[in-house]
Design a binder for this molecule. Sequence first.
Ligand code: ATP
Length: 362
Amino acid sequence: MKDVYRIAVFQGDGIGPEIMQPTVEILGQLANQNGYNLSFVDYPAGAAHFANTGEALPATSLQGAKDSDAILLSAMGLPSVRYDDGTEISPQIDLRKALNLFAGVRPVRIFPGQKTPLSLPAGREVDFVLIRESTEGLFHTQGCGEVTEEEARETLLITRKTSELLFDFAFNLARDRKEAGRGPGRVTCVDKANVFRAFAFFREIFDETAQQFPDLAREHAYVDAMALWFVQKPWDFDVLVTENMFGDILSDLGAGLMGGLGVAPSADIGLYHAVFQPCHGSAPDIAGQGIANPLAMILSAAMMLEWLGMRHDHASLTTDGVRLREAAEKVIAKGEDLTGDLGGTATTSQAAAAVTAALAAT
Ligand code: ATP
């Protein structure tokens, strides 16, 4: 157990700093109250930084992230700032590759009171986790695909090494969830093994890894069917694991089920490092107005506390992670202090203050 946990903070672009500020404030209050220390260190990166300096993720920022216990990253990128090849600045993806953060964890929760486009049968709640492989797959040639006058090519890469780490992570998460009473202990491999040899390979490694977890159930699903089931029976799933691009698309669908990107948290986790950031982008259309929804950022920070607590065997961090998640969920369920994206009229600071008040009541 450590005395001080060093948190690398990336403020991001657009609404990034607006949602980061109240999040860091809440984390600081929790640490003060509960006997642990969080030391926040800001590092520059992102589209605005690139526009000013020509660097998206300076080497000193990457080193700072590596030297920290956890990385808290706000929304990054601006449609108006691009590399010469037309792609957007995305240091979050550079970090995933540089720190080998192979497991993109995207929880999907719908609880009573939460607005959702689904009409859930009475008594049904949704609580599953989508794990998106985050370093290879169809993102392998990101930024260096071949384009000629006549054709364009990108390469999908699936490696045994990363797939084994990924599936091991997925089964361990399913086991933790089962022990915590949050799931039946079942992992579903989402692929397209009926069409592509690379996905048959992916599935084969999944089945091999499953042998090491005889106490857990495994199943397979094709990604197209899974998109349908997300809408038809999302309560049926526990832990889903999939390739990078499939996961990118399904995680936005999951966010849609939860009522929008403004409440969708995420974590990108590797063996030695982890980044916590909201699923949404920098929302330049509403930046600077003080109306961005801070809940996805706050929920991502809650995931960070839980991860730090488990990694360092520090119970009060784990407890605070759960408390913070539950406080944000209470605010969502109550529906009184929601920002415009969720149909409310609250400002960013009012929504964050509601979380602080819900925390105080626990
Ligand atoms: P990226 O490709 O970087 O993920 P994106 O193109 O998906 O970004 P976002 O920046 O996520 O786009 O914004 C999509 C829409 O959702 C915009 O209308 C934006 O205002 C809204 N939005 C995203 N995040 C929030 C938030 N935290 N609060 C309120 N609205 C948001």
